[in-house]
Design a protein around this ligand. Structure first.
Ligand SMILES: NC(=O)c1ccc[n+]([C@@H]2O[C@H](COP(=O)([O-])OP(=O)(O)OC[C@H]3O[C@@H](n4cnc5c(N)ncnc54)[C@H](OP(=O)(O)O)[C@@H]3O)[C@@H](O)[C@H]2O)c1
Length: 296
């Protein structure tokens, strides 16, 4: 199997990459060549990397072309890379809030452009989205120019990713020939990730106390919990497609999502906004083909 992991150089992505690299080929999408090389050395011969800063739409476009040139098929994508704590709002060179672009929009574009490789998977392609069941969309201030907060940014991207799971599921299930599944997974406990090294010291101190009482899991635990989502039989993955799930006492269980996320009109609004912001002909062509199929 061949799995693409965004943000595999640290945290949850690295934990999942390490678990999968024992039995599958893992390709990491990384923004730092130094960290990518170090991670691949650590993970062994099944791991490789491609470089893309997901805060740059041009990088997403280039890396999807590179992946098409290098691979005939992909068996899975872990939509994971994301910004967490930040001291202030950072605007990308594409003029967007960096949480919105890195955590959500670049993955919208990446996933759409790699759907054809997933469709060619012999195992049945799947996209697992790293999500959590919180957050709100602010349609009036999507780029958070008026009211910024890093937690708002994380939350808005979480909602957007969950809406994308539902939307892609609906679009692909409307096609007779699609075999790809889309699953939103919420890790049941906070993961001791690289975020600990980024947050201010009072927060780090609090986190360290919470860790002493078992409030965190390691990235290895995260890998153990999540890796089976990529390797389970395709029929099981298809049964979970379009849903938000988590792990409870060793079993995967569904979490009912909020009405806003499940509303096809809101999903369609986000879809159209995402296409406009991506401003990319190839992405628009793929999106149009998917939507035409739904309408026919
Ligand atoms: N930790 C948790 O408990 C938890 C719970 C639920 C969901 N999540 C979500 O899980 C995801 C990973 O979080 P984490 O806690 O594992 O954080 P982390 O340890 O900071 O890892 C984040 C990963 O994303 C990569 N990344 C960040 N910005 C990027 C960019 N512009 N281009 C390419 N890659 C970029 C990082 O690369 P570098 O190595 O170069 O920094 C790193 O590999 C996030 O989306 C987060 O919202 C986390």
């Amino acid at each position: 199997m061949k799995i693409l992991i965004t943000g595999g150089t640290n945290g949850m992505g690295k934990g999942v990459a390490a678990a999968l690299a024992k039995e599958a080929e893992v390709i990491i999408v990384a923004r730092s060549e130094e960290r990518a090389k170090a991670t691949v050395d650590e993970l062994g011969p099944n791991a490789s990397y491609v470089l893309a800063d997901l805060a740059r739409l041009a990088d997403v476009r280039r890396v999807t072309e590179e992946l098409h040139a290098q691979h005939d098929a992909l068996d899975g994508i872990f939509v994971n890379a994301g910004l967490g704590y930040a001291a202030g709002r950072v605007e990308t060179e594409d003029g967007m809030d960096s949480h919105f672009q890195v955590n959500y929009l670049s993955h919208f574009m990446l996933t759409l452009n790699l759907l054809d490789l997933l469709e060619r998977s012999e195992h049945g392609g799947r996209v697992i989205f790293n999500v959590a069941s919180f957050g709100e969309m602010d349609w009036d201030d999507l780029q958070m120019e008026r009211t910024w907060g890093y937690e708002r940014g994380i939350g808005q991207a979480m909602v957007a990713k969950r809406m994308l799971v539902a939307r892609l599921h609906a679009l692909c299930r409307a096609r007779d020939d699609s075999r790809v599944s889309f699953v939103g997974f919420q890790i049941p406990k906070t993961v001791w990730s690289n975020q600990i090294n980024i947050i201010p010291w009072p927060m780090r101190f609090m986190a360290t106390v919470v860790k002493l009482f078992g409030g965190f899991i390691s990235i290895d635990d995260c890998g153990r919990i999540m890796a089976p989502l990529f390797t389970e039989p395709h029929a099981s993955s298809l049964r979970r497609s379009g849903k938000l799930i988590t792990e409870k006492k060793g079993a995967l269980v569904e979490i009912p999502d909020i009405d806003f996320v499940l509303d096809p009109a809101e999903q369609d609004r986000l879809w159209r906004v995402s296409l406009a912001l991506s401003d990319d002909d190839a992405t628009r062509r793929i999106a149009d083909q998917l939507v035409d199929k739904l309408a026919s």
